[in-house]
Design a protein around this ligand. Structure first.
Ligand code: HEM
Length: 419
C-alpha cells in the first residue's frame, strides 16, 4: 500500500478528508468522519488506498446484507496476505491466512462458519463466564487502593488473551508465548507493515500456526472439552470435519480477531466511564445496567473502524459509479454516529432505544465472537467497578494509538484505582 504525503490539489473534499484520516496520526477522527458522512451522499474515493469509503449506516447495512454483490474474497487485495510464495515458511502463512473466515464467501463461508454455531452458544458463554471472572479477579487482586496503573498494559491487554488461550485449550504455562505470537499475528495482517518487519512478523506468526497445528493433531485423536477440539472435529455439511488446513486457520483467526478488539473495548470503555462519572455511579449502584452500557460503548467508540468488501459488479452507490472489483471500505465508526439512525449521536446515552450499532458489522460476517466479547467486557467492568468504584484518570496523560486506522484504542491509559 502506498501512502503519499501530499494532499492532491484536484482531489474532492471527501478525498482530502480521507487523506488526513489514512495518513494516521489523527487523535480524534470523529469530527472528520462526521464531515465525510454528511458530505454529498457519504460515499468518497480514497486516493491512497485506491478504494471507496461508505460512511452511512443504511449503506453499510445494505452491503452487509448482499454478500453476492459485495465479496469478502480479499485476503490478497487487502494486503493482509501478501507473502513470498517461494519461501516455504511464508507460503505456510499464506495458506493459513487465505482461509481466515472473514476472507471467505459463500458457499465456503457458510460451511466453515457453521462450526462456530456450535462454539459461541449461549450455554458456552455461560459456561466460560466463571473462567473470565477468575481471570479478571486474579489480575485485579494484584492492586490496591490508590495504585496508579496503565489500564491498557496492566489490565485490558491481559484479559482477552488469557481467556481465549484457556477456552481454546492451550496450557497456561504457554501464555507468554501466546502474547508474543499474537502480537506478531496482528502485525502480519496489517498492510502497513512492510519489508523486514513483515517478514519477521510472518515467521513469528508461523510459530503460532505450528504450535496450534500440533494441538489440533492431538485433539483429532484425543478430543477434549475445548474450542480446538470443536473446530477440528465438528461435522460440517457433508458429515465430515473441516479440512485440517481450513480448521487450523479458524483456530488462528480467533487470536487475530478477538484480542486487540476486546482489549480496545475495555480501554475505550473505561475512558468513557472516566469521562462520564454520572454513568460510572449508576453502574456502581446497579450492575444490571452494564450490558446496555457496553452496547453504547461499542456504538460510541468502537474498537474496529474499518471493514472491507469488493464490488462484484459495476453499480452506483451514494451517487458514485463503482467499478467491478473495486474495494469499498465500511467506516463502521462513522455509521455508528449517523444521525439518521441514532438521534444525538454525540451523546453517550446508555438509555438509548436503538442499540443496533455496527461495531460488529452486519450480515453473514457479523462477528462470531460478539457474545464472548460482550461477556468479557461486562465481567471486566463489573469486577473492576466492584473493587475500585472510584477509578479515575491517572496523573499522566493518556495516549491514543494513532498508527493503525483500523483498530482504535489507547496506547496507554493511566488510571488511579480507588475504592
Ligand atoms: C469488541 C470486540 C470485537 C469487535 C469490535 C469485533 C469486530 C468484528 C467485525 C467488525 C467483524 C466483521 C468483519 C467483516 O465484516 O468482514 C468481525 C468478524 C469476526 N470476529 Fe470479531 N470482533 C470482536 C471480538 C471478537 C472475538 C472475541 C472473537 C473470537 C474469539 C472474534 C472473532 C471474529 C471472527 C472469527 C470473525 C469473522 C466472522 C465472519 O467472517 O463470518 N471477534 N469482528
Amino acid at each position: 500500500m502506498s501512502v503519499e504525503p501530499a494532499i492532491g490539489e484536484n482531489d474532492s473534499a471527501g478525498t482530502k478528508l480521507l487523506t488526513q484520516i489514512v495518513m494516521g496520526g489523527v487523535q480524534d477522527p470523529f469530527p472528520l468522519y462526521d464531515e465525510l458522512r454528511e458530505l454529498d451522499e457519504g460515499v468518497h474515493w480514497c486516493r491512497e488506498l485506491n478504494a471507496w469509503f461508505a460512511t452511512r449506516a443504511a449503506d453499510v447495512r445494505m452491503m452487509g446484507s448482499r454478500a453476492e454483490a459485495y465479496s469478502n474474497d480479499m485476503a490478497t487485495t487487502s494486503g493482509a496476505n501478501v507473502h513470498n510464495a517461494d519461501d516455504p515458511i511464508e507460503r505456510r502463512y499464506g495458506e493459513t491466512a487465505d482461509k481466515f473466515l472473514f476472507f471467505l464467501d459463500p458457499p465456503e463461508h457458510t460451511t466453515v462458519r457453521s462450526v462456530f454455531r456450535h462454539a459461541f452458544t449461549p450455554q458456552a458463554i455461560k459456561a466460560w463466564r466463571p473462567t473470565v471472572e477468575r481471570i479478571a479477579d486474579d489480575l485485579i487482586a494484584d492492586y490496591d487502593d490508590g495504585d496508579e496503573v496503565d489500564f491498557m498494559g496492566d489490565l485490558a491487554a491481559k484479559i482477552p488473551i488469557e481467556v481465549i488461550a484457556t477456552i481454546l485449550g492451550v496450557p497456561r504455562s504457554d501464555l507468554p508465548l501466546f502474547v508474543k505470537w499474537t502480537d506478531a499475528l496482528s502485525l502480519s495482517t496489517d498492510p502497513a507493515v512492510q519489508g523486514e518487519a513483515r517478514s519477521i512478523a510472518i515467521r513469528t506468526a508461523v510459530e503460532l500456526i505450528d504450535y496450534l497445528d500440533a494441538i489440533a493433531i492431538d485433539r483429532r485423536q484425543n478430543p477434549r472439552d475445548d474450542l480446538i477440539s470443536l473446530i477440528v472435529n465438528t461435522a460440517v455439511e457433508d458429515g465430515q470435519p473441516l479440512d485440517p488446513t481450513v480448521a487450523l486457520s479458524q483456530a488462528v483467526i480467533l487470536l487475530a480477531a478477538g484480542n486487540d478488539t476486546t482489549t480496545n473495548l475495555l480501554g475505550n470503555g473505561i475512558s468513557i466511564l472516566i469521562d462520564h462519572p454520572d454513568v460510572k455511579e449508576r453502574l456502581g449502584s446497579d450492575s444490571s445496567l452494564i450490558p446496555r452500557t457496553v452496547e453504547e460503548m461499542l456504538r460510541f467508540d468502537p474498537p474496529f473502524h474499518l471493514d472491507f468488501r469488493k464490488a462484484t459488479d459495476e453499480h452506483t452507490l451514494g451517487g458514485r459509479d463503482i467499478a467491478a472489483e473495486t474495494t469499498i471500505f465500511h467506516l463502521l465508526a462513522a455509521a455508528n454516529r449517523d444521525p439518521r439512525e441514532f438521534p444525538d449521536p454525540e451523546l453517550f446515552d446508555i438509555d438509548r432505544q436503538n442499540k443496533r450499532h455496527l461495531a460488529f458489522s452486519h450480515g453473514i460476517h457479523f462477528c462470531v465472537g460478539a457474545p464472548l466479547a460482550r461477556m468479557e467486557a461486562a465481567v471486566g467492568f463489573s469486577r473492576i467497578l466492584s473493587k475500585f468504584p472510584g477509578i479515575s484518570a491517572g496523573s499522566s496523560e493518556p495516549r491514543r494509538k494513532v498508527t493503525n486506522i483500523v483498530a482504535r484504542g489507547w496506547e496507554s491509559r493511566p488510571v488511579t484505582l480507588r475504592r
